[in-house]
Design a protein around this ligand. Structure first.
Ligand code: ADP
Length: 261
């Protein structure tokens, strides 16, 4: 676990976040926090802004308004003398190094072996010794059920296997925050359960904070501490999974769930 200047601050805070693509406002006045060790799932109709939220945390999308804090530290902009000013690229990089992301489309480096994919960032970003990175990579491959695939190339693996490698690669950075963006949406139905089992194990055995976008409602229900329902770029309901799935207070949540469950 990395050191943190403000251990009591939320791990993630969105404060009055706004996101525009050209002249289209996708997120407006969005504020929420995620506490250390919390697993929060974003649900809601397609286009409601779920993936955009994850991409903003990872600084893969430009923040057009408001503030995001990671462990209490401003990620992209900070307020100084009443003005909204960008933070240094160095600080931004330091903070995003603490965040791992797994994408719908795996995004493995196709020209590298599985092992090389996993050790790349720990060696070049964290400065971990190669032999230690390799040892950890083998442990992680064991953990995700692929102990004999270290020397394979991603193209030789099934989608489910590639996604398990992507999870191992994210965990190799020992992240404080793991962002999961529809990680099973591109997979054949029969391997979805394997990938979700790996993630259930990660949830059960680590205290990594997770922000999850998924259409797998039973997974969301089992692993989340909290579920946030988005609609039109706003959080319309945020509650424990039991409440959201059995007794949602918002009619829009009921409609959404009856369509997907
Ligand atoms: P969700 O994950 O809930 O399906 P997204 O965050 O992917 O929603 O998208 C929210 C809205 O932002 C959608 O209307 C989408 O069309 C728009 N959007 C997302 N990415 C871009 C982009 N790169 N350029 C323009 N519009 C985008």
């Amino acid at each position: 676990m990395h050191t943190d200047a403000q251990p009591t601050a939320p791990v993630i805070e969105f404060r009055d976040v706004e996101k525009q693509f050209d002249d289209k406002t996708v997120l407006k006045d969005l504020s929420f926090t995620v506490e250390r060790g919390e697993r929060v799932t974003l649900i809601g109709p397609s286009g409601s802004g779920k993936t955009t939220i994850l991409r903003l945390v990872m600084t893969l999308a430009e923040l057009t308004g408001g503030y995001i804090f990671i462990g209490g530290e401003p990620l992209v902009y900070e307020q100084r003398n009443g003005k909204r000013v960008p933070v240094s690229k160095r600080q931004q990089k330091q903070l995003t190094t603490r965040i791992g992301m797994v994408f719908q489309q795996f995004n493995l480096f196709p020209n590298m072996t599985v092992l090389e994919n996993i050790i790349e960032a720990p060696i070049h970003v964290l400065g971990i010794a190669k032999r230690d990175a390799i040892e950890r990579a083998h442990q992680l491959l064991e953990q995700v059920g692929l102990p004999d695939k270290a020397d394979s190339h991603p193209t030789a693996l099934s989608g489910g296997q590639q996604q398990r490698v992507a999870i191992a690669r994210a965990l190799a950075m020992d992240p404080e925050i793991l962002l999961l963006d529809e990680v099973t949406s591109a997979l054949d139905p029969e391997v979805v359960v394997d990938v979700l089992q790996v993630l259930r194990d990660v949830a059960a055995t680590t205290d990594v904070t997770m922000l999850i976008v998924t259409h797998e409602m039973s997974f969301a229900r089992d692993v989340s501490h909290r579920v946030m329902m988005l609609d039109g770029g706003k959080i319309i309901e945020s509650a424990d999974p039991e409440t959201i799935f059995t007794n949602p207070s918002h009619e829009r949540t009921q409609q959404f769930l009856s369509a997907v469950l």
